[in-house]
Design a protein around this ligand. Structure first.
Ligand code: SAM
Length: 235
C-alpha cells in the first residue's frame, strides 16, 4: 500500500469523501488516507490527527516526503481535539474498534457542527457506532461491508438527520446494519456465519455454567443475537 494505491479497505473509505471536502482523518497512522484524498482531488485540504508519537512522526514524514505540507496539517492529539469546530466537512476514522470510534465521537461531540459527513470504518462491533448515532442525532446514510486478506470490514457513513429513519426493526438492525441486511452480500453472510459459530460455542458454555442471574442475562442476550442473525442469514 502507498498513497497512490490504498488498500481496498481504505480506498472504500475514501470513496465516501465528497469531492472538494476539507477532511480530518483521526487515527491517521501513516497519513495514507489524507495524502491519497488530497492527491486525488477528493479533499482540498486535510488534518491528519494522531495520538501516539510513533504514528504521528510517520504521518509527518509521509506528508513532508510527498510535499503536501501546505494542504495537510499533521496534528498530535486525541480524537477530535485536533480540529476546531467547523474546520472540516468530513471526518474519517478507520481501523479501530467500534467502541473506540464511538468514544472518540462522544468525547469530541462539541467539535461537531452537524455539517460534517462522518465516514467510519470499525474493525469490530459496528453496533457501538450505530447506537452512538441514534443517541446523538446522526442519520446513517450508507453502509458497506468488504473482505480483504481474509478479514471483513464495515464502513458506516452518517450525516446529521433523523437517526431513526433507516431502521425498521431497531434491535436487529443496530446489530447487523439496516443497509447491510438488505444487501446481504457474501461478505456479510460470511461475517455473521462466523459470529454464529462463536456465539453458539459461548452459549453451550453458559448453559453448562451456574444459573446465576448474570449468566441468565448473558444467555438471553446471546440467544437474541443468535435469533436475529439466523433469521437474516437463513431467509
Ligand atoms: N486509520 C489508519 C487505517 O485505517 O489504516 C490507521 C489505523 S491504526 C490501526 C489506529 C490508529 O489510531 C493508531 O495509529 C492509533 O495510534 C490511533 N489512535 C487510537 N486512538 C486514537 C485517538 N483517541 N485519537 C487519535 N488517534 C488514535
Amino acid at each position: 500500500m502507498n498513497t497512490d494505491k490504498l488498500s481496498k479497505r481504505l480506498e472504500s473509505v475514501a470513496n465516501y469523501i465528497k469531492e472538494d471536502s476539507a477532511i480530518a482523518d483521526i487515527g491517521s497512522d501513516h497519513a495514507y488516507l489524507p495524502c491519497y484524498a488530497v492527491k486525488k482531488g477528493l479533499a482540498k485540504r486535510a488534518v491528519a490527527g494522531e495520538v501516539v508519537e510513533g504514528p504521528f512522526q510517520s504521518a509527518k514524514k509521509q506528508v513532508q516526503s510527498e510535499g503536501l505540507g501546505d494542504r495537510i496539517a499533521v496534528r498530535k492529539g486525541s480524537g477530535l481535539e485536533v480540529i476546531e469546530a467547523g474546520e472540516v466537512d468530513c471526518i474519517t476514522i478507520a481501523g479501530m474498534g467500534g467502541p473506540l470510534i464511538a468514544s472518540i465521537l462522544e468525547d469530541g461531540k462539541h467539535k461537531l457542527t452537524g455539517k460534517e459527513r462522518l465516514v467510519l470504518q470499525p474493525n469490530i462491533s459496528a453496533i457501538a457506532i450505530r447506537e452512538w448515532m441514534l443517541k446523538n442525532g446522526w442519520k446513517l446514510i450508507a453502509e458497506e461491508i468488504l473482505e480483504e486478506d481474509g478479514k471483513i470490514y464495515e464502513i458506516l457513513v452518517a450525516e446529521k438527520g433523523d437517526p431513526e429513519a433507516p431502521y425498521h426493526h431497531l434491535e436487529k438492525e443496530l446489530l447487523l446494519g439496516p443497509f447491510l441486511i438488505n444487501e446481504k452480500s457474501p461478505a456479510f453472510v460470511k461475517k455473521w456465519e462466523g459470529e454464529l459459530v462463536n456465539w453458539r460455542k459461548i452459549l453451550v458454555n453458559l448453559e453448562k455454567a451456574s444459573g446465576s442471574e448474570e449468566n441468565e442475562e448473558k444467555k438471553l442476550a446471546l440467544q437474541k443475537k443468535i435469533h436475529y442473525t439466523e433469521e437474516v442469514i437463513q431467509q
